[in-house]
Design a protein around this ligand. Structure first.
Ligand SMILES: [Zn+2]
Length: 199
């Protein structure tokens, strides 16, 4: 039976995934196993018989779809937790519009240390997320913003001046709770990469 799975991020906030199927049940531990479905398992039109399956959780396509959904849910949860920690504002410029904010990874999620945990995240607006990802600027382990030399030397333009250059050596806005603040070790790793790319 196809189901809708509501993955809770925090109280009263859910991410919906469908269709999903229960493929395993372990009453002893009160747990069950969910596999995500995809359109390949849905009827082509409403007049078709509703036939799903057979659903084999070991099938490579099924494993792939389920892994993709799980990753998406983790990313959505990461975003929620990071935006919460930073009270829904950019750590660099304090922009407060949720639609314009992202949860940036300090160490990329393709690397082993790049876990989707709040201390590996920064709430950044779209401009500062792109600038951070592309090493226009970084944040050092003392939480100071460093802008790349060639950007600092670029002739003035209002957006560059106000949006990036002005931030050089400013302190970022931090979560109130110590344990949610960016990890200095991860910022140090980022700083090393920033320097190795310096022009
Ligand atoms: Zn910003």
């Amino acid at each position: 039976v196809p189901l809708v799975y509501l993955h809770g991020h925090r109280q009263a906030r859910y991410h919906a995934v469908w269709p999903v199927f229960i493929v395993g049940d372990d009453p002893a531990t009160l747990t069950f196993t969910v596999a995500a479905g995809d359109s390949a398992f849905l009827p082509a039109s409403e007049s078709d018989d509703l036939v799903y399956g057979p659903l084999d959780p070991q099938e490579p396509r099924r494993q792939y779809v389920t892994a993709t959904v799980r990753r998406r849910l983790h990313q959505a949860a990461f975003r929620e937790r990071v935006l919460d920690a930073y009270r829904e504002s950019c750590a660099l410029c304090r922009l407060r519009h949720r639609e314009l904010l992202d949860a940036a990874h300090i160490v990329a999620d393709r690397e082993p240390e790049g876990e989707p945990k709040v201390p590996n995240g920064l709430a950044l607006c779209k401009l500062h997320h792109a600038a951070f990802d592309r090493f226009f600027l970084t944040v050092d382990p003392d939480y100071r913003i460093l802008v790349r030399d060639d950007v600092l030397e670029e002739p003035d333009a209002p957006m560059l001046e106000h949006g990036l250059k002005r931030l050089h050596r400013e302190r970022i806005h931090l979560p109130r709770r110590q344990e949610l603040r960016p990890s200095p070790e991860l910022l140090e790793r980022r700083l090393e990469e920033f320097r190795s790319r310096g022009r």
